[in-house]
Write a protein that binds this ligand. Structure first.
Ligand code: CA
Length: 365
């Protein structure tokens, strides 16, 4: 065994020096691991070619293919093509596929604390959540949370602050929330229930029909860019903001741990780095696409853009705190995540009050 390790070490050393001496990729220095190719499947929750989410994850697969010189080929499937749209994490966990792209909070029935790894109502913005994940210990907590499912998570995209949603009736007071049937996943949905509404979860592909037929009265999806793509502006009149329930929702790339461990270190680093690149790229795509799409919506005579009244927002904030505390009660790990998340948010708020917020306010004076 020792002799084999020694021989391997010598071969690796020879590989390094051979590469240093000439740049011919076909030189004898190429090791077996660096020649192995992988063909992986990636399932998503998204409709085919959906702007932002769908296009962004295809872009990620293409970039990993190019960066690895074809050694890691990833085929992307839309929601429902290979596995049902809301069962992406299960497919990755079982090893049916190697990779998945969806929202962590779709799985909060099984893992309540997964909510933190999409967004929490009145929680962190995209800048804040990235800081918490990359520098505040968030990513480590997330990996620990998913370890029992044999899955390793990465952040791969964010939509920025969303919209409160499309409504077929006006929301002028907290009374108007009562009896409302709304598509709104996650803790946001539970908050709406506390306010007297009925929460419904349907995948993106079914929202338009549900809203148009009156099966539901309201629906949140993302923001102008994605909502126009689903045609939601043709199914409801009132478009409310701000997206109190999803202030900086991130998307997760999940990888089956056995598949991840089978990758050589350089391919692992390519996946890690391209994920970070996509996290930035998707946010830029959303900011651009949303600004353009909002212009279009403002010209549409059948759409009314409205801000939720302050008393409605105040009540939703109070219920949000209660729903989040309930989520962590009696669950030590969720409480640990909440403590870490809240500790950073309480530092980020005073900082952002005198920077982002103060500047945005100054710009509108
Ligand atoms: Ca949403």
């Amino acid at each position: 065994m020792k002799r084999r390790q020694f021989v391997t070490a010598m071969a690796a050393a020879a590989g390094v020096s051979a590469c240093a001496q000439d740049n011919d990729a076909g030189s004898s220095g190429v090791t077996a691991a660096s020649q192995q190719t992988f063909e992986w499947n990636l399932v998503t929750s998204w409709p085919p070619n959906l702007p932002g989410l769908g296009v962004g994850i295809q872009n990620m697969a293409d970039r990993i293919g190019k960066a690895s010189n074809g050694r890691l080929k990833i085929k992307v499937y839309a929601g429902g093509e290979l596995v049902p749209a809301l069962e992406v994490l299960d497919a990755v966990s079982r090893g049916t596929v190697q990779m998945g792209h969806d929202s962590a909070y779709y799985h909060r029935g099984k893992v309540p604390a997964a909510q933190y790894f999409t967004t929490v109502p009145f929680g962190q913005t995209v800048h804040e959540i990235n800081a918490w994940l990359y520098y505040g210990g968030g990513l480590e907590l997330w990996r620990e949370l998913y370890e029992p499912f044999n899955v390793i998570p990465f952040v791969a995209g964010n939509t920025g602050v969303q919209m409160a949603g499309w409504f077929n009736k006006e929301i002028n007071s907290v009374e108007d929330l009562k009896g409302l049937k709304m598509r709104i996943p996650g803790v946001g949905g539970e908050v709406m229930q506390r306010a007297g509404a009925t929460q419904i979860t349907v995948p993106a592909s079914e929202i338009f029909t549900a809203l148009q037929t009156g099966a539901i009265d309201a629906a949140e999806w993302v923001g102008p860019y994605n909502d126009i793509a689903l045609g939601l502006h043709k199914a409801a009149r009132y478009y409310y903001y701000p997206g109190w329930h999803e202030p900086g929702p991130m998307l997760q790339l999940t990888i089956n741990i056995d598949a991840w461990n089978s990758l050589p270190e350089d391919l692992q680093e390519i996946v890690r780095s391209v994920c970070q690149a996509i996290n930035l790229d998707m946010m830029a795509d959303y900011t651009w696409g949303n600004a353009v799409a909002l212009q279009e919506l403002k010209k549409d005579p059948n759409v009314e853009l409205r801000r939720l009244p302050d008393d409605v927002l105040r009540l939703l904030r109070q219920y949000s705190r209660e729903a989040i505390d309930k989520m962590s009660a009696g669950n030590d790990f969720a409480a640990r995540i909440q403590a870490s998340f809240d500790a950073f948010q309480s530092m980020a708020i005073p900082y952002h009050e005198i920077t982002e917020l103060a500047y945005l306010n100054a710009r509108s004076l």
